[in-house]
Design a protein around this ligand. Structure first.
Ligand code: TRP
Length: 460
């Protein structure tokens, strides 16, 4: 029998705030920085197509499952999984899922914060007008100067971690809610301006073709890389599989519709990623840049645009500012599961819990900082050359293994172990949608993740 619980950490004021908060978590560097460079590494349209398929078949159903678990448990992911497993008469070991999520969150935030630091640095660079009239060579040079200087990277990384800990330590209502309400729509508007600039370049159509016309012949040749990139990114971009959505779900009012909110969030997330790519690839082609230039892609392409367009310094500053905000609202969600667990189980105050978690992440981030200079090494990941050692390793371990496996375990829990009545009660959707979801969460999503893992370890 399920009891109605309330979260000791608070509740969102309405389901709209929840939508904003989860959209804030989902929309971040993943959409604006990671998606375009994954597209470039994977050769264009085929990636976009596979990505959308992964979102539909795995992302959306798993997001619904994760919200459902969170709202039913109303605690940190570790305790939610434990309590729900007990309630359903299952093993307490399900709580390990929450633990794995916390570790994944630390690893992701550790490098996420370094990249967010780049955007902070770029707010000032664009503001100072250093990109005025800049050629591709100049923007590449400026980028390399930044990442080859560990001290600068450390300073910006520290600023970002402090920003995240400040918001998280203030708690759900006063901290998280306010950050998202105005700034997300502003980011959206600015992306439209960037797309407007891209339309004025000669290669706009070429960019669109590159993004939206899959080259199936090429896909047949490197299906594994493209599929791995696309599936891992679907989990990353929707913040799935590590408990971020679960903890946000735990603050969701009982009446709100999980299906409706998930659809809005997934759509917004995808649209932002596509807009960012539509803004970027025409510039890549116009200036003869390399689409597969990896994590540096947006930092070398967009400044060219800001250097050319009227009011570029202003729009550029605003743009990187908004990307920073998007990263901020995502960063806090990576910290929240661990913080709530420390509060519930270790009796720490919210402020102490946040400080401890922030410190761990800050230290881990040093690995990423050094991956771009002193500790840089390259390795081959199924035909893709990865140049930034530990950073790439953290990224692959989390996006290609931990998040999909976390998502799969949630799917198995909800689809196979939990009483069907429990998920039906929680979702409260009409029977047709429920059936489709039920089938996807039981069969398609777990099978999809299995496919990812087998591909990733080279069995398939
Ligand atoms: N989804 C965010 C982005 O695209 C990053 C993020 C936030 C995340 N929370 C997460 C990724 C949890 C994985 C898991 O930028």
């Amino acid at each position: 029998m399920s009891v109605k619980r309330t979260s000791i950490h608070g509740q969102w004021s309405s389901h709209w705030v929840f939508i904003l908060a989860v959209t804030g978590s989902a929309v971040g560097l993943g959409n604006i920085w990671r998606f375009p460079y994954m597209v470039g590494e994977s050769g264009g349209g085929a990636f976009v197509l596979l990505y959308v398929i992964c979102v539909l078949l795995m992302g959306i159903p798993i997001m619904m499952a994760e919200i459902l678990l969170g709202r039913r448990g109303r605690q940190s992911p570790v305790n939610t999984m434990r309590v729900l497993a007990e309630e359903e008469g299952l093993s307490r070991h399900w709580q390990l899922l929450g633990l794995m999520g916390m570790i994944a969150g630390f690893l992701i935030l550790s490098y996420y914060s370094v990249i967010a630091g780049w955007t902070l640095a770029y707010i000032f660079r664009t503001g100072a007008g250093v990109f005025e009239g800049a050629s591709a060579d100049t923007t590449i040079k400026i980028f390399n100067e930044l990442v080859s200087d560990p001290e600068k990277l450390l300073a910006w990384h520290t600023v970002f971690i402090v920003m995240c800990t400040v918001v998280v330590s203030r708690g759900v209502k006063s901290g998280l809610e306010q950050a998202v309400c105005y700034l997300m729509p502003a980011l959206f508007a600015l992306l439209l301006i960037m797309v407007g600039y891209a339309m004025s370049t000669d290669k706009f159509v070429e960019g669109l073709v590159y993004l939206f016309v899959p080259d199936f012949e090429k896909l047949a040749g490197n299906f594994r890389e493209v599929f791995l990139n696309a599936s891992g990114h679907a989990f990353f971009s929707l913040s799935l599989g590590m408990g971020a959505i679960m903890i946000y779900g735990s603050y969701l009012p009982d009446r709100a519709s999980i299906f409706g909110t998930t659809m809005i969030i997934a759509t917004a997330d995808t649209v932002v990623a596509l807009l960012a790519s539509i803004a970027i690839f025409p510039i890549v082609f116009t200036y003869g840049l390399e689409p597969a230039s990896g994590p540096s892609l947006i930092f070398i392409t967009l400044p060219i645009a800001f250097g050319q367009m009227p009011g570029g310094a202003f729009f550029g500053t605003l743009f990187f500012f908004l990307v920073m905000i998007a990263a901020w609202t995502s960063g806090i969600s990576l910290l929240e599961p661990a913080v709530t667990w420390l509060v519930e189980n270790k009796g720490l105050t919210r402020i102490k819990a946040t400080t401890v978690s922030g410190l761990v992440v800050w230290l881990l981030g040093i690995c990423t900082i050094l991956s771009f200079n002193h500790w840089a090494f390259s390795f081959n990941f199924f035909g893709l050359t990865k140049e930034n050692g530990l950073f790439d390793i953290f990224d692959i371990i989390t996006a290609n293994f931990m998040l999909p496996i976390g998502g799969m375990l949630m799917a198995i829990f909800v689809g196979w172990r939990m009483a069907r009545q429990s998920s039906r009660d929680e979702l409260k959707v009409n029977e047709k949608i429920y059936r489709i979801w039920w089938f996807t969460i039981r069969y398609i999503a777990p099978a999809g993740v299995l496919l990812i893992c087998l591909q990733a370890v080279g069995v398939l």
